[in-house]
Design a protein around this ligand. Structure first.
Ligand code: NI
Length: 185
């Protein structure tokens, strides 16, 4: 099942999401629906709040970045109840976008490497280190479950310049080729 992606301005994107437990109803279906929704909108990552569910789960498939980095080919993962334990290394800029904020892309600076603890789809607890593009995608999705969006990381002037476009997105005044739900439409 393909869900509608929640657009900028919806309060669910601003909530700190809550952990889930092993009894979460139909978790397998939920995860496969998350992937299906992400593929339908050509994203590399999708966090549960983006389909209106304020829980700490996100999915990633970096395959479309294989040309830039061949180790992305099998970077397909589910992160449940993740906690970023450490962010290290020099900050570097990458041009980010977000399915909830269509047609806006900005260079965002983030530290190079992360250490993250999480459960996978089989409830195996893992602690792993990621860097570069992998860390970048995880940091972006992790922000979603904390109620943070990439545009929050821009300076006040840049943010002000984007405000009109962001308001348009909330009202559904944006061209997009996947299913979305707009809070002010
Ligand atoms: Ni996003």
């Amino acid at each position: 099942m393909v869900y509608s992606i929640v657009a900028y301005g919806d309060p669910v994107l601003r909530k700190k999401a809550t952990d889930i437990d092993k009894d979460y109803p139909q978790l397998d279906k939920f995860i496969s629906d998350m992937f299906e929704t992400m593929y339908a909108s050509h994203g590399v990552g999708l966090a549960a709040p983006q389909i209106g569910k304020s829980v700490r789960l996100f999915v990633i498939d970096g395959e479309s970045f294989t040309e830039d980095d061949e180790t992305m080919a099998d970077f397909k993962k589910v992160f449940i109840n993740p906690v970023i334990l450490k962010e290290e290394g020099d900050k570097w800029a990458f041009n980010e976008g977000c399915l909830s904020i269509p047609r806006i892309r900005e260079d965002i600076e983030r530290p190079e490497q992360i250490t993250i603890e999480y459960f996978d789809e089989n409830w195996n607890k893992k602690t792993e280190v990621f860097d570069g593009l992998k860390a970048r995608i995880i940091q972006h999705e992790y922000d979603h479950i904390e109620g943070i969006l990439f545009v929050d990381k821009l300076g006040p002037l840049k943010r002000k310049m984007l405000q009109g476009k962001l308001n348009d997105i909330s009202r559904g005044k944006v061209k997009v080729d996947y299913k979305m739900r707009f809070p002010k439409k």
